[in-house]
Design a protein around this ligand. Structure first.
Ligand code: HAM
Length: 408
């Protein structure tokens, strides 16, 4: 039996990648002063009605539970965050800087970069109306990408101003129920022939295409770009009015990250959504955030031949030279594990050569050999890359490994 279409099995090497990626996200967010939160993966269906936008509603995994409630697997984290914040924000000093790495579920049409579940790094700032929050948030996104080994030659944050587009639609007297269709047409204009977009935009086509070609003044965008420039991050960002975002709740600066070669779907996306929290708690609270999935960035890193440091890798393998020393070797293994090293060894009598092969297979660069010298409390440490081997007392070997680890 196969997993359902769009769902993944994570074999250890796949999980190691996911963990490493999400650890980079977590580590970067913490360095920016963000705190981690979580919420339920199953929510009342009503949470997503009206809050997420038509496209996501059509992609919900929804059902009636045994208590006759209409429920849905979360397709995104933002409505959950809005609900949580609206309920308890008075308990916290503003601004809140919160992050999460939920698994989310969308019944999407299967295509490259789009699955039916993914893990999504979310970072949001709540309670800060000034554009300094945009600078901080986009800087976090850029630094996360940098910490994955990506450069400004690999990726770009395309930034736009949904507020500009909303004002544009109001000036043109476009009725509110048509706004979403216009945003959809702008969003698709990049991938579709101009004629098709013009048809969808109708009387607005000329004006919209002029903005797409020539841009438009936006002090907000100028200020955010200046903030990024001051941090030395401007190479990673550019203004692009084609970005409007599919979700309904955005109100201000919006952005999406793409690979420079335009090969992959959006790597991340987000923006300001100042009106959403009011719908949950009757109190307006400015907010902004982004989501970055694990799928597209994984494809991009693979395509560019970049790997992440494997946090799940084994550090040491203990080789038992002769079966007589198995229990002494067990004590050695235990001492290194107690000192915090990840250590493995062969569970049953195995030829020396086979043990060395197992160590290589597990990717360690060093083995510890336990032989007759253990009777004098001495072990050998062999570097599998340089082939150098040294004898050390157990205490010295522990110190030696600690020193090596610090150097890495
Ligand atoms: P989104 O643009 O729908 O935004 O998703 C954000 C990112 O999640 C995408 O750029 C992509 O990396 C990933 N993603 C989305 N759908 C899929 C899929 N089917 N398969 C794989 N990856 C996918 C949001 O979800 C907003 N809630 C983000 C946000 C947070 N805005 C404010 N705060």
């Amino acid at each position: 039996m196969q997993p359902l279409p769009g769902f993944r099995d994570f074999y250890p090497e796949d999980l190691a990648f996911r963990q490493s990626l999400l650890e980079i996200c977590r580590g970067t967010a913490r360095r920016y002063g963000f705190q981690e939160y979580d919420g339920p993966p199953l929510e009342p269906l009503d949470l997503y009605k009206k809050k997420s936008g038509e496209e996501l509603l059509g992609q919900l995994y929804q059902f009636i539970d045994k208590g006759e409630r209409s429920v849905a697997l979360r397709p995104e984290m933002t409505p959950t965050l809005a609900r949580m914040v609206a309920a308890k924000h008075r308990d916290y000093k503003k601004p809140l800087k919160w992050f999460s790495v939920p698994q989310v579920f969308r019944y999407e049409r299967q295509q490259k970069g789009r699955l039916r579940e993914h893990y999504q790094f979310n970072a949001d700032i709540i309670g800060e109306p000034s554009l300094g929050a945009e600078v901080e948030l986009v800087a976090l996104l850029i630094d996360t990408l940098r910490n994955c080994g990506l450069t400004s030659a690999d990726v770009v944050v395309r930034m736009s101003d949904r507020q500009f587009w909303l004002d544009f639609l109001r000036t043109k007297n476009v009725p509110e129920d048509q706004w979403y269709a216009v945003f959809q047409a702008i969003d698709k204009s990049e991938r579709e022939p101009e004629e098709k977009s013009r048809e969808a935009l109708g009387a607005l086509a000329d004006d919209v295409f002029q903005v797409l070609r020539e841009g438009a003044p936006s002090e907000r965008l100028t200020e955010v770009m200046a903030g990024l420039r001051a941090r030395g991050l401007a190479d990673f960002a550019r203004v692009d009015f084609r970005i409007v975002r599919g979700l309904a709740y955005y109100t201000g600066i919006v952005f999406e990250v793409f690979d420079r070669q335009g090969e992959f779907r959006a790597i991340a996306g987000g923006g300001r959504y100042d009106d959403l929290l009011e719908k949950f708690g009757n109190e307006a609270l400015p907010a902004l955030g982004f989501g970055m999935g694990d799928v597209v960035i994984g494809e991009l890193l693979k395509a560019r031949g970049k790997s992440l440091p494997n946090i799940a890798s084994l550090e040491l393998y203990v080789i038992i030279a002769e079966e007589t020393y198995r229990s002494a070797a067990g004590a050695v293994v235990q001492q290194f594990r107690d000192a915090g090293f990840s250590v493995d060894y062969s569970l049953a009598e195995t030829k020396f050569k086979k043990q060395m092969e197992a160590a290589t297979y597990r990717g360690v660069s060093q083995v510890i050999i336990v032989d007759e010298k253990i009777l004098q409390d001495v072990i050998s440490v062999k570097n599998l890359i340089t082939r150098e081997q040294i004898d050390l007392s157990l205490a010295d070997a522990l110190q030696y490994q600690n020193a090596l680890r610090k150097k890495q």
